[in-house]
Design a protein around this ligand. Structure first.
Ligand SMILES: O=C(O)CCC(=O)C(=O)O
Ligand SMILES: [Fe+2]
Length: 335
């Protein structure tokens, strides 16, 4: 069965100006109605330049307790490496449709990887205004280069380069988060499988949309990962649910966005929060984003860290294998 890509639908819409009804959200989801218009607080922006380990720990831990999402400046990933990541991803999505379809995900194959249009069944059967590409970046045993785009020719080299820089940043974040819980530097990382931690890259491609007030890109969710590091392009669209309002995340040039995912919320027994977020789309511009979901191996059992539970703080979450957690989340079953 030929899958209709949002990118293809969008090019038809651009010609005739019409909005396909299957993308029109009910009112309680429409961004035109539900986006907060008042003076909204900005999500924390943490500048790592000149910050010593203690300052970093305090800032990261506070942002993760209060928000579960923050932006990072001077994060150590060179600007050139990020621009290259963006360039090769953009060039892939600009390839002819038949070329992209060579990488199409096979629904029901058990593999998450490849080019696709919709992963989750959504409430009310509405469609999400986004196409995407998924592939693992690390560890080497998880990486299947056969599914990585072969065009542009330097896609692989650029993404491997980015992955190496990213791994350093993830290590720094996990260390700060671990210290922020009063634990040893390596406790969180070890609980997530150490160097077995898996990095899954997703490229989101949100084409221009005739009625961005009515549609959503990615619907409201928390990431099931441990931590997600996201590179956006310059088009805003990410929103976070805060104090009962959907608020826009500003575009901060050169920043990367860090999401606390469900697994760190669980390990921290709820001290750190996995932020509820969604994305809106744009009338004229293509929005893109490059989240890397960092997750434990599927066999790893994740539950509240024993150092954090006691008589006064009973466990708030069940311990279970990450693959079972993921199965329940993807199939909308109770955890
Ligand atoms: O595009 C974004 O900024 C966020 C995308 C997202 O939340 C996701 O793919 O999980
Ligand atoms: Fe997300």
């Amino acid at each position: 069965m030929e899958m209709e890509r949002v990118q293809t639908i969008a090019s038809v819409c651009a010609a005739n100006g019409a909005m396909p009804p299957e993308f029109i959200r009910s009112e309680h989801e429409q961004p035109g109605i539900t986006t907060y218009r008042g003076p909204a607080p900005e999500i924390p922006v943490i500048d790592l330049a000149g910050a010593d380990q203690d300052q970093l720990t305090i800032a990261v831990a506070e942002a993760s307790r209060e928000w579960g999402i923050f932006q990072l400046l001077n994060h150590g990933i060179p600007g050139e490496v990020i621009r290259e990541l963006q360039r090769v991803g953009m060039e892939f999505f600009e390839l002819p449709q038949e070329e992209k379809e060579k990488y199409a995900m096979v629904p029901g194959s058990g593999s998450l990887e490849g080019y696709g249009t919709k992963l989750q069944k959504e409430l009310e059967g509405k469609k999400a205004w986004v196409d995407f590409f998924f592939h693992y970046v690390s560890p080497p045993s998880r990486v299947n280069h056969a599914i990585w785009p072969k065009k542009p020719a330097d896609y692989r080299q650029v993404n491997e380069h980015y992955g190496k820089h990213l791994a350093c940043l993830v290590d720094r974040m996990l260390m700060a988060l671990s210290r922020g819980l009063g634990l040893g530097d390596n406790v969180l990382k070890e609980a997530l499988g150490g160097d077995g931690l898996e990095q899954l890259l997703k490229i989101n491609y949100y084409p221009p949309c005739p009625r961005p007030d009515l549609a959503l890109g990615v619907v409201a969710h928390t990431d099931m990962s441990a931590i997600t590091i996201l590179v956006p392009n310059h088009v805003p669209g990410l929103q976070v649910f805060r104090d009962e309002h959907w608020i826009d995340v500003n575009y901060v040039p050169d920043a990367v966005i860090v999401h606390i995912g469900d697994q760190i919320e669980i390990l921290s027994n709820g001290i750190y929060k996995s932020a509820l977020h969604r994305t809106t789309v744009n009338k004229e511009k293509v929005r893109m984003s490059w989240p890397v979901f960092c997750s434990p191996p599927g066999e790893m059992v994740i539950g509240p860290l024993q150092q954090l539970v006691g008589d006064e703080s009973p466990p708030k979450y069940k311990a279970k294998k990450y693959k079972d957690y993921a199965y329940c989340k993807l199939n909308k079953l109770p955890q």
